[in-house]
Design a protein around this ligand. Structure first.
Ligand code: URA
Length: 447
């Protein structure tokens, strides 16, 4: 059939439901460039204003997933237990670094395809770039070999996975159409589902450092992702987690890798980070079929952490992807952490009552540890450690955090930004759980 993009755009513009063949044709046009830039933009804007039914969203996700290679794990030697987690992005979010090896030590296989950070949110891939020798772009044979041998491998997006999303996202980015739950759902899921998963856990964040700041928006996105992924054949559970303060003690690339190693080896486990990580990993183990329920998953995770098996899997993955063979034992020696150490004291003593975690993420960007533009190089060595939590009492002896900077001027600039990002009060606020809600396919969303 002849492809006439303007007819498909017209139908969506007029609020009609697109058929599967309309959607497949449009996605083919986006992938092979037979739809012009203007037509892709008009399509995105029509979807933005008119929305998509659940059925359309499932078909769009499937068509975008199928626009490139879809991994087939049985043909790569893994027949069961393949699952993954995806986060909508946060500040200090190093959950994936711990979850991958922890889930692997419990019997799951985690082929995780991650992204780089942009703006205030960090990217998992940037954290792995801080590890000398670690290859975030291996060939498929190496990727599969590491997943088989270590149980997990965390690598970057390849050009042949969901290429339709790359073009559509680039157009959305410059046409004010990113903020469409329908398009975000298809964008995130097309890439994740191309990894050939049996189950997916979504960590959808809300709050000051989140992509979707408002709770109801984040909840709507979580619900959309769960229903669409399940409709496309991948059972999915979402957790809504609080990003109103940084996650864990550290923000930055090398320092976050260090925190992940300390978590895995049991040297330090910040409670909020532990809560999110264990909740996501537990869900993953159940979806992957390696635990029958959360109680069994919890027992498995406790054993894997206490025995050192999870830390050993992390080391195996790093060595398998070209990093040092003794990374877990000597992380401090292998990681380059910036030399200037400066404790940041609050403007007055008090309790931390709120934190603008977006501003904390931007302080890291201002130090060069994150990027404002996608093509920017970053400095993995800078960051912040020892971040105090909301509710902590801070003063002239108890800092908000410690900056790791290249020089004094950079440290002073970041310290000012951190002080401005923290609100102080005279009494500790009521603390809220970090995992706020669990969304499953049973929380029915209708078309
Ligand atoms: N992340 C994605 O991968 N796609 C979107 O559309 C938004 C966030």
């Amino acid at each position: 059939m002849t492809f006439i993009p303007q007819e498909i755009i017209r139908r969506k513009r007029d609020g009609l439901e697109l058929s599967e063949s309309d959607i497949r044709a449009m996605v083919r046009g986006i992938t092979d460039d037979s739809a012009s830039e203007g037509q892709v933009a008009a399509f995105a804007m029509a979807v933005f204003f008119r929305g998509m039914t659940l059925n359309e969203r499932i078909r769009l996700t499937e068509a975008m997933r199928d626009s490139g290679r879809v991994l087939d794990w049985p043909s790569l030697g893994i027949n069961r237990g393949v699952a993954d987690k995806h986060s909508t992005g946060g500040v200090g979010d190093k959950v994936s670094l711990i979850l991958g090896p922890l889930a692997a030590a419990c019997g799951a296989f985690v082929p995780m395809i991650s992204g780089r950070g942009l703006g205030h949110t960090g990217g998992t891939l940037d954290k792995f770039d801080a590890i000398p020798g670690y290859d975030t772009a291996p060939d498929l044979v190496t990727f599969a070999k590491v997943v088989r041998g270590a149980g997990c491998a965390i690598i970057g997006q390849t050009a042949d996975l969901a290429p339709a999303d790359r073009r559509l996202y680039a157009v959305r980015d410059v046409t004010a159409t990113v903020e469409s739950i329908d398009l975000i759902t298809a964008s995130i899921l097309s890439k994740k589902l191309a990894a050939g998963l049996q189950g997916l856990v979504m960590d959808v964040k809300f709050g000051s450092g989140a992509f979707m700041e408002g709770y109801q928006d984040a909840r709507a996105l979580a619900q959309s992702i769960v229903t669409v992924a399940t409709g496309a054949g991948v059972p999915t559970t979402a957790l809504l987690t609080d990003m109103n303060e940084v996650l864990g003690h550290t923000v930055g690339n090398a320092v976050e890798v260090c925190e992940a190693v300390n978590f895995l080896t049991g040297t330090a486990r910040e409670p909020r980070l532990a809560e999110v990580t264990l909740a996501c990993t537990g869900e993953l183990l159940v979806l992957a079929g390696v635990a029958k329920d959360m109680a069994e998953a919890t027992r498995k995770m406790e054993t894997a952490l206490a025995s050192g098996a999870a830390a050993e899997r992390f080391g195996r993955m790093i060595a398998g992807l070209g990093g040092p063979h003794d990374f877990v034992e000597r992380a401090g020696e292998h990681l380059d952490i910036a030399p200037i150490k400066k404790a940041v004291y609050p403007v007055r003593p008090g309790f931390i009552t709120a934190m603008d975690s977006r501003a904390v993420g931007m302080a890291l960007v201002a130090m060069g540890g994150g990027r404002a533009r996608a093509d920017q190089a970053i400095d993995h060595a800078v960051g912040m450690t020892g971040f105090a939590r909301i509710g902590a009492e801070v003063g002239s002896e108890t800092p908000l955090c410690t900056i790791r900077a290249r020089d004094e001027a950079q440290a002073d600039m970041a310290a000012e930004r951190i002080r401005a990002a923290v609100t102080l009060g005279d009494a500790p606020p009521a603390l809220r759980p970090v995992v706020r809600e669990r969304i499953t396919a049973d929380n029915k969303e209708t078309a």
